[in-house]
Write a protein that binds this ligand. Sequence first.
Ligand SMILES: *Cc1c(COP(=O)(O)O)cnc(C)c1O
Length: 367
Amino acid sequence: MKVPFLSLRDITAKYHDELRDAVCRTVDSGWYLQGDENSRFESHYAEYIGTKHCIGVANGLDALILILRAYMELGILQKGDEVIVPANTYIASILAITENNLTPVLVEPRFETLEIDDELIEAKITKRTKAIMLVHLYGRCAFTEKIGMLCKKYNLKLIEDNAQAHGCTFNGRRTGSIGDAAGHSFYPGKNLGALGDGGSVTTNDGDLAECIRALANYGSQQKYIFKYQGRNSRLDEIQAAVLDVKLRYLDEDNRLRQQVAAYYYDNINNPMLKLPNRLPDVNNVYHLFPVFCERRDGLQQYLKEHGVHTLIHYPVPPHKQECYKEWNSISLPITERIAKEELSLPISPVLTNEETEIVVEHINAFM
Ligand SMILES: *Cc1c(COP(=O)(O)O)cnc(C)c1O
């Protein structure tokens, strides 16, 4: 029996009738951008995350770019300012910083938790440090009281990259509402995924929200009057309608992910594997289930031969990418170790008990 890494077809099939109704309603409405579907989803998602504002945008990368860009337009960030960011993040978090002519300051994670090591942050803060981009990678809440304290002490903006952690919480507050602003991606494979690209920004800051809304609309607040040199970044009405349906099931879907994760934690016993520290379910919505193995490539091949499809997140860290040549010689040993040893096991709301058991059986049999 084959176990796919992620079956988007099965996830969509689960909500087939409601998704079809939502798409057909939008098709028939004759209104495809910036309409009622966007307004409805934005207000539902803001309510879900627990912020005053939500702005639908074209994708998660744009959400992060627009947050930083808006801080620049508002005079809070200036060209060349430094933004602290975990070194082991997906490239988008870093692209959003460099795209705005800001300087990313890469900070190592802890191997056991995979989150940015909050003990290393303070030493990296300079006069030019203006923000921390916190990434809730793999669905794990990366916020700590210490990070909150550092932001206060040094007057730093806290920006959350919540692309992988929709529904995750810290002390009862959802990620995406903890910092000053958050970017969310609705890429199809994310916990809350559209049937195409989508993203949003959440924030309690009214000025920031207004600026982002304008920047995403060519820099315009009033038709054909342009306040900023903006861009075009909109969430399609069809995607907003789809997301509004799937948002209703997000908590339930996250619970199903947590059940798969619990089975993995309780039953994987191959001594060659290391698992990240186990967080309470409220702090982890398991976008991915990363495991670590010194013989990672062998393990992946073995699982593949037994029909279990896995992926690597991510095989080459940002500082070793050609697009950031200037960092290629930097050494970030923990980030590099994660890239070498990480393997993501199948996890999703539609992974069956039988499939989960098969994955564990093969993992435990690997020698
Ligand atoms: C997916 C992702 C993004 C970007 O989202 P897109 O919608 O693909 O642009 C940003 N950051 C992280 C951590 C992601 O996983």
